[in-house]
Design a binder for this molecule. Structure first.
Ligand code: F3S
Length: 393
């Protein structure tokens, strides 16, 4: 059946409500048509990626400013991913032009009506979906988190399609919006014990490599804590294209007729060894962004420690979590240790030039930095990383 539009939707598509809205509707309709959708559905919220100037460049900036001139505005609650840098702090090794263009991008989103949350973990504080809600979210780790752990319905949108859906307030009814498409097509049996959030990140990463776009059901392992879940979805999003996973306690029987792949100790250690252990110079923590609870834990830890000479410890969190942490005096504690904490920035899509070997507890950071920067990367558990660049006061 062909895509059916309402009279109002057709009017927007015909340009009766302006060129900006027409372009946004054209994108939504184009995606819905090629995906076989029969109708558009209302969304509860949108989350937009591609905020970093490093990512979208001058073309992206001009397009956003053109939308503002056209009087375009979002029509549902909309949050945005991190920028390249923390716009509120000096000393991030970027030139004035980069800083100003990044600021213009965020300002354009504010004028379009988005909340300047600048976080890849909107599901913590800024944009918590109701159970069963239909969303249009970009940022693949947040999409997997929402579909898998929050019982929400969203496809993996691009930054542009999430923006278009935010403006129109609708998206096509296809893909992961439909229950039938959320059934598992492959089973992953985990026969190893995972003991840290990094282990769950590696598990997610390996699953992403194995399943492609098939939704897996995972048997024998379940990430219980927030850091475990966060790293699991980030690992999965770095290596795979799937938008959600299922978990089950039950073994798959032959009547289920799906392939079963086993992941054992060796699979986990093979991935770990791709990011071999080295002497670390700079540690990045906060991909996806640190939750407020994680910032509190790190501050308690750093109260008694200081960063070693010649080493760096860089923490990344959302604007919302940073504000609360600042009010609680935690930012001061962190900075007194010699570490730095950035709000609304992304450790991967920024142009900073910290020299040396990078350590991270996030396989997503390791995956992207290995591909985009010439640095050497080590993955390790959070505590070991902190110990490697700090010492007791
Ligand atoms: Fe977030 Fe940047 Fe990692 S957007 S998930 S901190 S790559």
């Amino acid at each position: 059946m062909l895509l059916q539009l309402t009279k109002d939707e057709e009017k927007i598509l015909d340009g009766e409500k302006g060129e900006g809205l027409r372009k946004m509707m054209k994108l939504i309709v184009g995606l819905a048509t090629i995906s076989g959708a029969e109708k558009l559905i209302r969304i509860e919220s949108a989350h937009i990626s591609g905020i970093s100037y490093q990512n979208i460049g001058d073309e992206g900036l001009s397009f956003l400013e053109w939308l503002v001139e056209e009087g375009v505005h979002v029509s549902v609650p909309t949050t945005i991913n991190p920028a390249a840098i923390d716009l509120y702090q000096q000393g991030q090794d970027v030139d004035d032009e980069f800083y100003k263009k990044q600021e213009r991008i965020v300002n354009a989103y504010i004028k379009l009506g988005a909340k300047p949350t600048l976080s890849c973990t909107p599901y913590f504080l800024d944009n918590v979906p109701s159970p069963g809600a239909h969303l249009a979210w970009a940022e693949s780790s947040a999409v997997i988190y929402a579909n898998t752990f929050l019982n929400a319905y969203t496809n993996k949108e691009s930054g542009l399609s999430a923006l278009a859906a935010a403006v129109i307030g609708k998206t096509g009814y296809y893909g992961l919006h439909i229950d039938e498409n959320r059934k598992p097509k492959i089973a992953i049996k985990v026969v190893t014990v995972l003991s840290s959030s990094l282990d769950f990140g590696i598990l997610g990463y390996r699953i992403g490599e194995l399943v492609g776009d098939k939704i897996p059901v995972i048997i024998g392992s379940f990430p219980k804590t927030i850091p475990e879940r966060k790293q699991f979805v980030a690992g999965l999003s770095a290596s795979g294209t799937v938008g959600m996973v299922r978990f089950s306690n039950n073994l798959i029987s032959s009547k289920d007729r799906i392939d079963v792949i086993e992941i054992n100790d060796k699979e986990i250690s093979d991935v770990r060894s791709r990011f071999a252990s080295l002497d670390i110079d700079v540690v990045y923590l906060g991909c996806p962004h640190l939750s407020l609870a994680e910032v509190r834990e790190l501050a308690m830890l750093l109260q008694k420690r200081k960063v070693k000479s010649g080493k760096s410890l860089l923490l990344y969190t959302s604007i919302s979590a940073y504000k609360i942490a600042n009010e609680e005096g935690l930012v001061r504690i962190i900075e007194n240790s010699g570490a730095r904490i950035f709000a609304g920035a992304c450790p991967v899509f920024n142009p900073s030039k910290y020299k040396g070997i990078i350590g991270t507890d996030a396989i997503k950071t390791a995956h992207y930095l290995k591909a985009t920067k010439s640095s050497q990367i080590t993955i390790s558990n959070t505590m070991l990383l902190i110990e490697s660049v700090t010492e007791m006061k």
